[in-house]
Design a protein around this ligand. Structure first.
Ligand SMILES: [Zn+2]
Ligand SMILES: [Zn+2]
Length: 272
């Protein structure tokens, strides 16, 4: 029988300015759903005011950590609470990523690509920018930045691996350049020996699809790439969102295990 719950490793806090609910409320929902393990991965601070309205400030990191540590002690009997961050991969910010990585004894770090150059492609305030873009080229550029992020060595997990589709912009089916970029991305993840996130967040977005697409999941499974699950909850009610659908998708792709992290060590959890 398939596992009914798996760890949910992607949730935010109001410090990122676009989420609601205290850490303790997210944890309560997890307990109610019978989830045994969750992890927080709020949007990381960035230097020099970069994208500041969508993330916590550097000064808020300590409060973020102490709120999670308090919840961890409070729920110790019922729920494992892991501590992570969702780090933005932006080329040439390696020193900053190193500084954040050294800041705390993280359980895991998610690497996410939300920018292609200075284009915030997944930001609805910049949705009009898509009108001037070649969609296939946007996909290729996106996958190439994700591949770079995997190679950077800073991350344990690649977040929402085909976020580029968020608003429903679709690359041409079987476009060889897009296909090759997708494969380069997966090979980089494989080579780096890090995990891919299966994220239910896409189901709540215009694309109405899990990240990544079933085709990418199947190819990643074939390559033996490890997976972990994330709801990308920005509200307590989104904790564990569509978890069962994601577990079934993984199973259908022949994936037999999902992964959790403790102090950046990956642990395997059999799906059956
Ligand atoms: Zn994200
Ligand atoms: Zn997120």
């Amino acid at each position: 029988m398939l596992l009914t719950t798996v760890p949910d490793y992607h949730m935010h806090t109001p410090r990122c300015n676009h989420a609601i609910g205290d850490v303790i409320e997210y944890a309560q929902v997890a307990v109610q759903l019978g989830i045994k393990e969750i992890g927080f991965s709020d949007h990381c601070p960035m230097p020099n005011g970069f994208d500041a309205q969508w993330r916590m400030s550097y000064e808020q990191l300590d409060a973020y950590l102490s709120e999670i540590e308090a919840a961890r002690a409070h729920f110790a009997a019922d729920l494992k609470i892991r501590v992570g961050l969702e780090l933005d991969y932006v080329p040439h910010h390696e020193a900053w990523l190193q500084k954040l990585s050294d800041y705390y004894d993280w359980d895991y770090l998610i690497g996410s690509v939300h920018f292609i150059g200075d284009w915030a492609f997944d930001n609805e305030d910049h949705l009009d920018d898509w009108q001037h873009k070649n969609i296939n080229e946007a996909y290729v550029s996106y996958y190439d930045v994700v591949a770079e992020s995997a190679k950077s060595g800073f991350f344990d997990v690649i977040g929402h691996p085909d976020l580029i589709k968020k608003f429903g912009h679709r690359a041409t089916a079987n476009d060889p350049a897009v296909h090759a970029a997708e494969e380069r991305m997966l090979q980089a993840v494989k080579q780096a020996n890090i995990a891919l996130e299966i994220s239910s967040a896409g189901l709540r977005k215009p694309v109405a699809e899990v990240y990544p697409h079933a085709r990418i999941l199947a190819r990643a499974a074939e390559l033996g790439i490890p997976f972990c699950f994330g709801s990308d909850a920005h509200a307590p009610g989104e904790v564990g969102y569509a978890m069962q659908d994601c577990v079934q998708m993984l199973d259908a792709c022949g994936v037999s295990a999902i992964h959790s992290f403790e102090k950046r060590q990956r642990c395997l959890l059999s799906l059956r």
